[in-house]
Design a protein around this ligand. Sequence first.
Ligand SMILES: *Cc1c(COP(=O)(O)O)cnc(C)c1O
Length: 393
Amino acid sequence: MLAHGRPYLAIPGPSVMPDRVLNAMHRAAPNIYTGELHTMTDSLIPDLKAMARTKGEVAIYIGNGHAAWEAGLANVLSRGDTILVLATGRFCLGWGEMARGLGVKVEVIDFGQQSDIGMGQVETALRADADGRIKAVLAVHVDTSTSVRNDVPGLRAVLNRTGHPALLMIDCIASFGCDRFEMDAWGADVMVTACQKGLMTPPGLGFVFFNAKADKARDTADLASSYWDWRPRVNPGQYFQYFDGTAPTHHLYGLRAALDMIAEEGLEKVWERHERLARTIWAAFDVWSQEGPMALNIADPAKRSHAVTSAAIGAPDGDRLRDWCERVAGVTLGIGLGREPSSGYFRIGHMGHVNAHMVLGVLASIDAGLKSLGVEHGRGALDAAATEVGKVG
Ligand SMILES: *Cc1c(COP(=O)(O)O)cnc(C)c1O
């Protein structure tokens, strides 16, 4: 009854698309042979690299995050290679399963659903691999199912300390443009991301960033078909080689607008905004969880993502709350992904084109839903959230 008006898709991807991105895509089909599309595409590359804080390369694929996953694996691995997957939720497990499907031997250390990567266990595993069988270590910066944020510089430090030569491969699909990430300074060799989260563009573009060490692994990797090969894409002699075929014309215009918006706000400011909005959400949960079943999934604020929040509420109230919020308030919350039963959990996406009134609106809608559904909760969450926002002068 109250849902008519602008809907808000508050899930961890795809995220809210700015009108500016949508308007940039609203155009006639451009000439793909020559002219503006080519120069515009060229202009994306330095901006993407600047966002990843890397002097390395970036290859663009027409595909979602899963495509970027496969592209990243295929360019550095061969059938029979061994990799180490550091799982902190559904997503790194999924990346590892994909590698296994490609014929890679996958060793998994699973840190569970409520923890970040434990560096001690990683160090033990790497030291045990004295002859360097492990070709790559895979980790997710922000696992979107648990909303944990992993310590990437910490992982690099373990690799350095143990002198292990494995490539460090990081999934930044949820965190890119939301949580601070500095590819070169943090020592990631490969980073994969996609356009439909912090980059605010409709699903359809995957990105693989890589450094010279990872590109050297390309020399021997036998998993990459000519389509997934990143080399022609980062050094296209002809325009069609950027995408090994037809360019994703309209996505590129959308991405150009999104990168402009990020540059105008300033990447540091974008990260700050995400942090402040995340703190606003946590402030509300701190109060809700004082009574009743609600609890943030990650206890330590220093290990929480600024892009997504995963919470427990008890089955089946996660589903009931999501249904209420969409039906009555026009806001769609994320499902409890990778959890059993999933109806006992829900997630809030706060990535990309999100501001204080949107986050306050989501929180107020959840608060109203808890009251309407009779779910026990601590009172005063909205006051706490407003106080957090009010700290900004
Ligand atoms: C969304 C997401 C993916 C999957 O991306 P798709 O575009 O759905 O293929 C992978 N990893 C993380 C961390 C994600 O957030």
